[in-house]
Design a protein around this ligand. Structure first.
Ligand code: ADP
Length: 396
């Protein structure tokens, strides 16, 4: 059938891709081009249970997309089924409230938002331009991480700073992980038929992590801000701190404010506190063998995640469901338990046996009998949403 979509997530030094068929339900091939921009870059194809790694001569984004095109030329039935390309775009500012078919105006709009996502948006624009060049004639769609949160009310998205900054520069909360939240909200409605969807809390916990409150399918508040640095403690990001720390750190280290921000972005969070790793799995192993720094970092992560869940919950009338997703949310029973231990005041309780035995990669209800809120583990699927948006937009 002619319904395959090439999904591209183009970053500054990597390009992830997948080809989804059967209304997004079947992944035909997927892979990643790594270390782009360096001489050691390569692209990996996962297809038919096999992994195939190809070195990229010049390490360019264009070479990575050329390899995908070449692979398709050797798999003609998949090539013939391709009908469109969907691109993940991190920042859509206030201009993009939903996914759009890409034309030159859209590329200009993505480039305009680069001031808020300087590492991501220029890479997305480059990926789109290269894909247009190499896949001439195929329609392309942009799916924005920020779009789902454009339903926030001004009292949630404005910062309490002089209004002129919003009027003149669009400084406001945008929020991220929107494609994941949209998937979780729709999937939850399918698997919890008959239950109230008025108040849904979601914790998307990966290397980047955020929380979101959703009412009847619409985002009402979220923890990330104008950039993905605000909110939760993350793998290497501090999340919310007293802004004065930027000035203290730059004075103490004799560095600029931008350099201090870089420390908050790349050397803080789980990595900064544990002084071991940004990776949750590594820290859990260290904690099991008695490392107190790893335990402190994980427990701080849990406490701050709970705080940001409670914080976004103030935009809801009730908390009917709480969903854990993302690499940590889907896999770390330790952190799910620790987070919920910090939420007992909200009558959120999980069943420790169900939590510990939750099968990896599966949807699972882990609610305790005395919990007012139903608690779930739901694996996210951003690629599916990108493929579905692409199919829907190219059909119109
Ligand atoms: P991102 O997409 O933001 O890069 P992911 O959603 O892939 O991140 O999540 C990565 C995180 O998930 C890492 O901290 C990793 O250690 C954690 N993780 C993955 N599997 C497990 C596991 N089995 N137990 C604990 N943590 C895990």
């Amino acid at each position: 059938m002619k319904d395959s979509i090439l999904v591209i997530n183009c970053g500054s030094s990597s390009l992830k891709f997948a080809i989804l068929a059967n209304a997004g339900k079947t992944t035909l091939v997927e892979g990643i081009a790594d270390r782009l921009g360096s001489s050691e870059s390569s692209i990996t194809f996962k297809y038919d249970g096999q992994k195939n790694v190809i070195a990229l001569n010049d390490g360019s984004h264009k070479n990575a997309v050329s390899q995908i095109k070449l692979w398709l030329e050797n798999h003609t039935s998949i090539q013939a089924s391709l009908v469109g390309i969907g691109h993940r775009v991190v920042h859509g500012g206030e201009a993009f409230t939903k996914s759009v078919l890409i034309n030159q105006d859209v590329i200009n709009g993505i480039t305009d938002c680069a001031k808020f996502a300087p590492l991501h948006n220029p890479a997305h624009a480059k990926g789109i331009e290269v894909a247009f060049e190499l896949f001439e004639g195929l329609p392309q769609v942009a799916v924005f991480d920020t779009a789902f949160h454009q339903t926030l009310e001004p009292e949630q998205y404005l910062y309490p700073i002089p209004m002129s900054f919003y009027r003149d520069h669009h400084f406001r909360k945008y929020g991220f992980h929107g494609t994941s939240y949209r998937y979780i909200s729709q999937r939850l409605a399918q698997i919890s038929i008959g239950s109230d969807q008025q108040g849904v809390l979601v914790a998307h916990l990966g290397n980047g992590a955020s929380t979101c409150a959703i009412s009847h399918g619409k985002s009402t508040d979220t923890s990330m801000g104008i950039t993905p640095l605000e909110g939760l403690m993350m793998g290497t990001r501090s999340g919310s701190i007293d802004p004065s720390l930027i000035s203290f750190i730059s004075q103490a280290e004799n560095i600029t404010a931008d350099e201090a921000l870089d420390i908050l972005s790349k050397k803080s969070g789980l990595l900064g506190v544990s002084e071991i790793s940004n990776d949750c799995r590594t820290l859990e192993e260290a904690m099991m063998s008695g490392d107190q720094r790893a335990k402190l970092a994980l427990d701080m992560f849990a406490s701050r995640t709970a705080k940001h869940l409670a914080s976004v919950a103030t935009s809801l009338e009730s908390i009917d469901h709480l969903v854990f997703t993302g690499g940590i949310g889907e896999n770390s029973s330790y952190l799910r338990q620790a987070i919920c231990n910090n939420l007992t005041a909200l009558n959120i309780n999980i069943d420790s046996t169900l939590n510990e035995n939750a099968p990896r990669g599966a949807e699972q209800n882990i609610t305790a009998t005395n919990s007012k809120t139903t608690v779930w583990v739901i694996p996210t699927n951003e690629e599916l949403m990108i493929a579905l948006d692409t199919i829907s937009l190219i059909q119109h």
